[in-house]
Design a protein around this ligand. Sequence first.
Ligand SMILES: *Cc1c(COP(=O)(O)O)cnc(C)c1O
Length: 229
Amino acid sequence: KSVKPDVKVMVDNCYGEFVETREPSDLGADMVVGSLIKNPGGGLAPIGGYICGTKECVERCAYRLSAPGLGQEVGANLGLMPAFYQGLFLAPTVTAGALKGAVFAANLYEGLGFPCVPNAAEERHDIIQAVTLGSREAMLAFCRGIQAAAPVDSYVTPEPWAMPGYDSEVVMAAGAFVQGSSIELSADGPIRPPYAVYFQGGLTWQHAKLGILMSLQKLAEAGLAKLPE
Ligand SMILES: *Cc1c(COP(=O)(O)O)cnc(C)c1O
């Protein structure tokens, strides 16, 4: 922006909303977008995304997304406005719980010798926590723990599988009320060095903590993590 002020800056703020006291629009972004099955949906929005920013950007998007000349006068809301508003109302609290879970995971796993990004002490800009586990077996054990702690499909065993867009297999753990919702407790990662899982979410801090402890239990049971005496 400082080099070329007329350039339009769009920020994909997925997982970043409500983590900091400032949002991208406070720092000059013209347009900010994100997913409602992440932070700003508060776990209640079952689908959707948002676009916000300058009047000009939002209007242009509306005309492109619906119909030329009609813009925001038309469009589907799927009868979901109460869930969107109530989810948005809860979103800062839900995000705080997920963030606390990520900090907990970094502190727990770093203490056991697994490098974490961000690390245990670092300032955070989103709710994602990477834990470097170092092997395929450890990734699978971690994901089994997250899955076992899920409120839905806790009996399921995550299996690595081919995914569009990846040149290695991907393992995913999620047992969510809303399919694909990653503000709910979930973990995933491509099965390749450095064998890192990306962990996020938890509708409550307590559930995030349970899932992380369960992931460590599965690692310990498989002899892949050594717990202090
Ligand atoms: C999740 C995600 C999206 C897509 O959001 P959906 O609501 O799942 O379509 C886009 N960009 C980034 C960076 C994301 O993390």
